[in-house]
Design a protein around this ligand. Structure first.
Ligand code: COA
Length: 331
């Protein structure tokens, strides 16, 4: 059986920086509140029509270069996003078109903040069976045109940003450098704790003027409930992948959590006794970019030299659904 490995990463964020002070001008919030409650200082927004697949394409070019591959080498695309260009089809086929790869399959993953982890688990299985050999896995997100920037939506709007991250997954020639295991979970009893209700297929018609006048077309979040569950599930998922591989917390070089909230990241670090240099964080720069946050963080960690060959690295996420999961890698 083949083992799978990430052979190249890339990221892209738009140029437009939006600071907390910029948001102060739109709603009743403050730089101090956002920093203290979430650890976010600024995020990136886009005003262009680049689209989610367009963001991904920019990140994909860098990932291909780092993996020393060309677009034609890719035989499968997995695209995780909650903010596709259209209701359907998903962004996967749009990226495939940009890469000039007609015919290869494109799978869209809808697992929100856990999307990259779900996608990586799928990629790992396809590589293991030998069905595909060079998979492009994407997490990309555009939030800047999907939030309520009035005071009504401030609890959610200050948290999210725009970005894309890509990982290339291939068979590993070295059995010591691979994805060791992945662990996925979900609990639909909490689906409405973090969701966008409309437009959706429950209502006829799907979209009305009344819906547009309410916040139901923007994300609703029960912040405290999400926070409470996130800390527990992040810790469980980390524990699960370590136990499955008989690896101790001390052996882990770096934990790369989904960038949900700096306080969540710190609570998780505290639980395992990690100093903050062993738990990667870049939320101050980008906010929460949902499915894109882990591949962006992984790319930055690699560029900053925080991961070396042979290191154990944990990727872990929690998000809407609720969904959560982890992956243990030997780099
Ligand atoms: C959203 C979150 C930062 C709010 O922090 P909190 O400490 O729970 O704050 P609360 O919701 O209790 O709100 C505290 C007060 O701040 C206010 N507030 C909410 N958003 C605000 C904002 N952007 N600016 C200023 N005040 C705000 C609330 O209205 C509330 O006021 P009140 O006490 O007068 O009612 C926090 O709950 C959180 O991070 N949750 C998880 C979010 C997350 O990770 N989501 C993605 C999952 S992948």
């Amino acid at each position: 059986m083949n083992r799978a490995r990430i052979t190249g990463t890339g990221m892209y964020v738009p140029e437009k920086v939006v600071t907390n002070f910029d948001l102060e001008k739109l709603m009743d919030t403050s730089d101090a509140w956002i920093r203290e409650r979430a650890g976010i200082v600024e995020r990136r927004f886009t005003e262009s029509e680049i689209g989610t697949a367009g963001l991904a394409y920019e990140a994909a070019k860098i990932a291909l270069q780092n993996a020393r591959l060309e677009p034609k080498d890719i035989d499968f695309i997995i695209f995780a996003t909650l903010s596709p260009e259209y209701q359907f089809p998903g962004s996967g086929v749009l990226l495939q078109e940009k890469l000039g790869l007609p015919g290869i399959p494109a799978l869209d993953v809808r697992n929100q903040c856990t999307g990259f982890i779900y996608g990586l688990a799928v990629a790992d299985q396809f590589i293991k069976t030998g069905m595909y050999k060079r998979i492009m896995l994407v997490g990309a997100e555009i939030h800047s045109n999907g939030l309520d920037f009035s005071t009504r939506g401030r609890d959610v709007a200050v948290l999210f940003g725009v970005g894309a991250g890509v990982a290339i997954v291939e068979p590993s020639a070295d059995p010591d450098r691979c994805i060791l295991s992945s662990h996925l979970h979900a609990d639909g009893r909490f689906a409405k704790e973090l969701y966008v209700e409309n437009p959706g297929s429950l209502h006829t018609p799907r979209l009305t003027k009344e819906m547009l006048d309410t916040e139901s077309v923007c994300p609703f979040m029960n912040g405290r409930q999400v926070f409470k569950h996130a800390v527990v599930r992040f810790c469980e998922a980390i524990e699960e992948c370590l136990v499955a591989n008989n690896v101790s917390p001390e052996q882990v070089k770096l934990v790369i959590p989904h960038q949900a909230n700096q306080r969540i990241t710190e609570a998780v670090a505290h639980r395992f006794g990690y100093s903050m240099d062993r738990v990667f964080s870049n939320i101050h720069k980008y906010g929460n970019t949902t499915a894109a946050s882990i591949p962006i963080a992984l790319h930055e960690a690699l560029m900053e030299g925080k991961i070396e060959q042979g290191d154990y690295v944990v990727l872990v996420a929690f998000g809407s659904g609720f969904t959560w999961g982890s992956v243990l890698l030997r780099w």
